[in-house]
Design a protein around this ligand. Structure first.
Ligand SMILES: NC(=O)CCC(=O)C(=O)O
Length: 262
């Protein structure tokens, strides 16, 4: 599978500019033969959280855009995340559409990041975020979620051989980003495909380092701070090869862990 990761700057609080830019990137990736395209976190508004009442997507605009693009270009899209308004609150929502234009996942970020005020402005999600594309199970999480190993493990235990990550991760902690992503790949023996933004907003400079990491831990793509699209070829059979080499999942002792759970 040819994967395209979009690493872009996001215009703070300016959805019109961001929708146009994302459409251009989707068009470029599809014309270069991508089968699955991955976008970063909160790409419609950035972290303009105090303005969500006027800026968040409350009309299904993002879903309609992704669905029609996917169907026309026969491409899967892991639509990063966008700020949404639904059920009387605001959410940080990842939409995934398949190449027939079907919505296969709507995942709301489960862990709110207080250093960026998410706990004040956003509701938390409570679904797992696994989904099916081309008869394979995948996982999807958003940024801060990667600090919770049990959350990614839950996705792996539910069959995800690859977990997509969409992020707005600041440069100040980019070493954590890189190490955490590699750890999540190695401990779960899965692919991690992670798209982060670059540029800055009034509060943070963002660190890029969009990466694809293989189940043995090798970095197959690292975009550093370059704006644009990074491509990688992925063969999910590698997951089984690594699990044969070191049978972590067969050796897990679930009952032992339950015994000492606090
Ligand atoms: N947007 C986010 O969730 C950022 C998470 C982050 O920066 C971290 O250190 O964790």
């Amino acid at each position: 599978m040819k994967i395209a990761c979009v690493q872009m700057d996001i215009a703070f609080g300016q959805p019109e500019l961001n929708y146009r830019k994302v459409l251009d990137y989707l068009t470029e990736a599809a014309s270069n033969g991508a089968e699955t395209i991955v976008l970063p976190e909160m790409w419609n508004t950035g972290y303009a959280l105090t303005e969500l009442d006027t800026l968040a997507d409350s009309t299904n605009r993002t879903v309609e855009l992704l669905k029609s693009f996917a169907k026309e270009h026969k491409v899967n899209i892991v639509g990063g995340s966008v700020s949404t308004e639904k059920n009387g609150g605001f959410y940080n929502t990842m939409y995934v559409v398949d190449k027939d234009g079907g919505l296969v996942s709507e995942y709301d970020k489960a862990h709110r990041f207080c250093l960026m005020d998410e706990h004040i402005h956003l509701e938390e999600g409570d679904t797992l975020g696994t989904f099916e594309l081309d008869n394979q199970t995948y996982g999807g999480v958003i940024c801060y979620d990667i600090r919770f190993p049990e959350w990614i493990r839950a996705q792996a235990l539910n069959g995800a051989k690859l977990v997509f990550v969409s992020a707005e991760w600041p440069e100040a902690r980019i070493d954590h980003w890189r190490i955490l992503l590699q750890a999540r790949a190695i401990e779960n023996q899965i692919f991690i495909v992670a798209s982060n933004r670059i540029g800055s907003d009034p509060n943070n400079e963002f660190g890029g380092s969009t990466m694809v990491i293989a189940p043995w831990g090798e970095v197959r793509l690292d975009m550093k701070k370059e704006e644009g699209i990074g491509y990688a070829e992925i063969d999910l059979d590698e997951v089984e090869e690594v699990r044969k080499r070191i049978p972590v999942f067969a050796d897990r002792r679930e009952q032992l862990y339950e015994k000492f759970k606090k």
